[in-house]
Design a protein around this ligand. Structure first.
Ligand code: SAM
Ligand code: SF4
Length: 340
């Protein structure tokens, strides 16, 4: 139990812990549903507002309040995601607002990379500590086919700009898809050999809208893991605020490989993150829960105590696993809604 000052008052809060003794150090905060890409596995027909307008996304002040509450509850890391978070005009201000919390030591973004070359320096100056860029192919034409955008070179320039801005390591997310990129391991390895990139293969997840794509293209990350081990890659240990990636390194490579395997039987045992959607709902799991509304407690600073209590209460309902193995996709129609 620790004392945490929030706007003059001192709240006695304990580290967020659920009924299965999992501790939650990590918040994934979606700040918009809007995206300018049309990734085949996420928004194949592009972004369409679902009743909500842009106005209903969390405001800068609401973001300030929600991250302050999580900081008081022991959150050490916040990832800003979306939709495409960098489409928010106030994105740099959002980073600065999250940074106001001294307890939050890591502020990361997951981005499609299209604004990186222009803005990554300003983001770093505002307090961003880590960048994840989604790149599913190193072939410009295939990249275009997957994302619906002819922006491969722009995204590559963005990664270079992130290094130039002072990020020592950049993470790249690659959704692993059978017959699309699963046979391109050599190309990916050659790319990271001289670069301090952690390239993370994410197993394709089934969503409400992506059932047929999933059946056609899902492949287990175990195929990559076996290949890496055969080639002398070494499995590393993880830190407590790290994501669920299994990370592999090799003495001849500057880069690393990460594997995110949500269908692995032990995946949920290491869960350390909670999610807040762009409309202010707390989601205990990426899949299968309707979310607990925090919005009405974000309107002003006076409700901070109630906000903290609602988050703590909600956590008591977190389930042990996501039941994806049973084909349960919950309400998650696509991951742009909740930020992956
Ligand atoms: N637009 C940003 C981006 O693409 O990086 C952030 C939001 S996106 C929803 C976050 C991550 O989720 C991306 O790395 C994306 O590749 C991944 N993702 C989206 N749909 C997925 C799916 N069905 N299975 C696995 N990963 C998915
Ligand atoms: Fe947009 Fe990211 Fe979804 Fe691709 S994965 S459509 S970039 S939100």
């Amino acid at each position: 139990m620790t004392a945490s000052p929030v706007f003059g008052k001192v709240y006695m809060v304990s580290q967020l812990t659920d009924a299965f003794a999992r501790k939650f150090y990590y918040l994934r905060l979606s700040i918009t549903d809007v995206c300018n890409f049309r990734c085949t596995y996420c928004l194949p027909d592009g972004y369409k507002p679902a009743g909500a307008t842009n106005k209903s996304f969390l405001s800068l002040d609401e973001i300030r309040r929600v991250t302050r509450a999580f900081a008081a509850l022991g959150t050490e890391k916040v990832r800003l995601t979306g939709g495409e978070p960098s489409l928010r005009r106030d994105f740099t201000d959002i980073i600065a607002a999250v940074r106001e919390n001294a307890a939050i030591r890591q502020i990361a973004v997951t981005t499609n990379g299209y604004r990186l070359a222009r803005d990554v320096k300003a983001w770093r100056d505002a307090g961003l500590t880590a960048v994840n860029v989604s790149v599913d192919s190193l072939d410009a034409r295939q990249f275009h086919a997957i994302t619906g955008q002819d922006k491969f070179r722009q995204v590559m320039a963005g990664i270079d700009a992130a290094f130039a801005a002072g990020f020592e390591r950049v993470k790249v997310n690659t959704v692993l898809m059978r017959d699309v990129n699963h046979h391109q391991l050599d190309t990916f390895l050659a790319w990271i050999k001289p670069r301090r990139i952690q390239l993370r293969f994410i197993e394709l997840m089934e969503t409400g809208e992506g059932g047929s794509l999933f059946r056609e293209h899902h492949i287990s990350g175990a195929t990559i893991r076996d290949e890496l081990l055969k080639r002398g890659w070494i499995h590393q240990l993880r830190n407590r605020a790290d994501g669920p990636a299994q990370v592999f390194c090799h003495p001849d490579y500057e880069g690393e490989i990460g594997l995110i395997m949500p269908y692995d039987k032990d995946f949920c045992a290491s869960c350390n993150r909670l999610r807040v959607s762009s409309s202010g709902k707390l989601h205990l799991c990426l899949f299968g829960d309707g979310g607990v509304s925090l919005r009405e407690l974000l309107a002003d600073d006076s409700q901070q105590g109630a906000l903290i209590a609602r988050i703590e209460e909600a956590l008591t309902y977190k389930k042990q696993t996501h039941f994806l193995h049973d084909g349960n996709t919950g309400i998650t129609q696509n991951l742009s809604y909740i930020g992956g």
